[in-house]
Design a protein around this ligand. Structure first.
Ligand code: CMP
Length: 225
C-alpha cells in the first residue's frame, strides 16, 4: 500500500459496527481488505443496500452533504479500512482532482444502480425481478469484459445468490426458489453445475433470458396460467 495512506489504515473484527444510520458523521472509509455491509432500516426490517468489497469507499455522503449517516455500516468479515477524517478527505479532493473524479464516477455508478434498483422494485413479481437482475448482471459482466453478447455465448457472472437478493430486495430463500426454476429450464446454471469452482452463475444465452422475461410480461398482461 501507498505509505502515505498506511497511517489511515485500521483493522476491524467481523461484526464491528462502524457507524449507525442517523448519527452525525466525521469520517469516510475505504475498504482495503474484507467486506462491509451497508444496511438501512425500512419499517420493521433492516435491508442490505450494498456489500462493499476492497476498493470501494463509504461514509462520504455525511461529509459531503453535512447530513446524518444515511445508513449503517457493519464489517461483514474482518476488514482493514482506511479511516479518513472529513477535513482530510476534502483537502485530498482539492489537492488531487483525480481523487475527486474517482469519487464522482463511483457516485454516478451508485446512482445508476439505485435507479436500476427502483426499476426492479417496481416489477410485479419475484420472477420478473430476479430474471431482470440476472440480465443486468450478465450485461455488466459483458461491459467489464468490453464485449457484447453474441449468439450462443455463455456468460459467467461471479455473483452470489445473496448479491442477487440484495439487489432485488427479496429474501434469499425467495431468490433461490426462482433460480431453481430457471435452473430447471436451463436458463441459468450455477457455476458448480458446470464444474466451475467458486460462487457464480452462468447465463447460457442472454437471448433466452429475455424471451422468458417477455413471456412473464405477457403472462402478467393476459393473466395466463
Ligand atoms: P453516509 O450517509 O455518510 O453513511 C452511510 C453510507 O452508506 C453513505 O454515506 C454511503 O457511503 C453508503 N451508502 C448509502 N447508500 C448506498 C447505496 N445504495 N449503495 C452503496 N453505498 C451506499
Amino acid at each position: 500500500m501507498n505509505d502515505a495512506l498506511e497511517r489511515f489504515a485500521r483493522d476491524f473484527p467481523a461484526g464491528s459496527v462502524l457507524f449507525e444510520e442517523g448519527q452525525p458523521g466525521d469520517y469516510m472509509y475505504v475498504v482495503q481488505t474484507g467486506e462491509v455491509e451497508i444496511r438501512r432500516q425500512v419499517g420493521e426490517t433492516e435491508r442490505v443496500l450494498a456489500i462493499l468489497p476492497p476498493g470501494e469507499f463509504f461514509g462520504e455522503m455525511a461529509i459531503l452533504n453535512g447530513r446524518p449517516r444515511s445508513a449503517t455500516a457493519v464489517c461483514k468479515t474482518k476488514a482493514r479500512l482506511l479511516v479518513i477524517e472529513g477535513k482530510t478527505f476534502e483537502a485530498m479532493m482539492r489537492a488531487r482532482p483525480e481523487i475527486a473524479l474517482r469519487i464522482i464516477k463511483a457516485l454516478a455508478t451508485r446512482l445508476e444502480s439505485a435507479n436500476q434498483h427502483i426499476e426492479l422494485l417496481l416489477l410485479p413479481t419475484p420472477n420478473h425481478r430476479v430474471v431482470q437482475c440476472l440480465r443486468h448482471m450478465a450485461d455488466e459482466q459483458l461491459a467489464l469484459a468490453g464485449t457484447h453478447a453474441t449468439h450462443g455465448s455463455a456468460i459467467l457472472v461471479p455473483k452470489r445468490i445473496e448479491d442477487v437478493a440484495t439487489r432485488v430486495g427479496l429474501p434469499v430463500h425467495e431468490v433461490i426458489e426462482v433460480v431453481d426454476r430457471l435452473r430447471a429450464a436451463r436458463l441459468v446454471l450455477m457455476a458448480e453445475d458446470a464444474g466451475i469452482e467458486g460462487d457464480g452463475f452462468i447465463v447460457p444465452e442472454v437471448g433466452r433470458l429475455l424471451e422468458f422475461l417477455e413471456f412473464l410480461n405477457l403472462k402478467d398482461r393476459f393473466g395466463a396460467t
